[in-house]
Design a protein around this ligand. Structure first.
Ligand SMILES: C[S@@+](CC[C@H](N)C(=O)[O-])C[C@H]1O[C@@H](n2cnc3c(N)ncnc32)[C@H](O)[C@@H]1O
Length: 205
């Protein structure tokens, strides 16, 4: 199966990110242009609801809030309490809701979100197919998903001292059918040094 890029349990994931939460943004200070491109790709209308799945310190919140405007809603969900606390410490709670929880079980009814940002998330969940189903469940037809990382897969693999794996869920040939099965159509795929960004649209039926 292609689904598993990381083999951590949820408890191990929380422990891994807990110790990184305090310095997360300082470690990657140059990522904003790539985030801006990902948020723009969501094509959010003012007044809409956007979900930041696996929001971490909610560093995307200023861009997401600007995209949906004062009447819109921004909801960040993250499994790691220390990440949510760091987001609060950084004042991000003023820009949107922050919830400790599993992005695979979102506290939202069906079809309410106009867009979902999944930044650095998909390789950390045990079942990426299930995650994509849940993100589709909460997204309205025509709504968009950005599966994103602020650097491309090759840069990330080098950073972690790994080879690129053909079973990587983020590879286009693996991600496209997973998205399709979960109710998404892949609109655009970009994987270069400057960012990884797969943009998908929620389809009906
Ligand atoms: C690589 S970090 C990215 C954080 C943030 N999106 C960013 O780009 O700065 C991955 C985040 O996903 C969170 N995470 C992992 N599995 C999750 C899950 N099932 N539900 C919600 N968050 C999860 C981790 O706690 C961590 O904060």
């Amino acid at each position: 199966m292609i689904m598993k890029s990381e083999s951590r349990t949820p408890a191990e994931t929380r422990a891994f990110f807990a110790e990184r939460a305090g310095t997360w943004e300082e470690k990657y200070p140059d990522d904003e242009p790539a985030f801006a491109t990902a948020v723009a790709a969501l094509a959010l209308a003012p007044g809409s609801l956007v979900v930041d799945a696996g929001c971490g310190t909610a560093r995307a919140f200023p861009l997401l809030r600007a995209a949906v405007g004062p009447e819109g809603r921004v909801l960040g969900v993250d499994l790691t309490p220390e990440m949510i606390q760091s987001a609060r410490d950084r004042g991000r709670g003023a820009l949107g809701g922050l919830v400790i929880g599993d992005a695979g079980r979102l506290p939202l009814p069906d079809g309410v979100a106009a867009g979902v940002l999944a930044a650095g998330l998909i390789s950390h969940v045990p079942d990426s197919g299930e995650l994509l189903w849940e993100l589709a469940r909460v997204t309205m037809p025509g709504g968009r998903l950005a599966v994103f990382h602020p650097v491309g897969r090759a840069v990330l693999a080098a950073r972690h001292g790994r080879e690129l794996s053909p079973s990587d869920v983020r590879a286009e040939e693996n991600l496209r059918p997973l998205l399709h099965r979960a109710g998404w159509a892949l609109l655009d795929f970009h994987d270069a040094d400057d960012r990884y960004l797969a943009v998908a649209e929620r389809v009906t039926g």
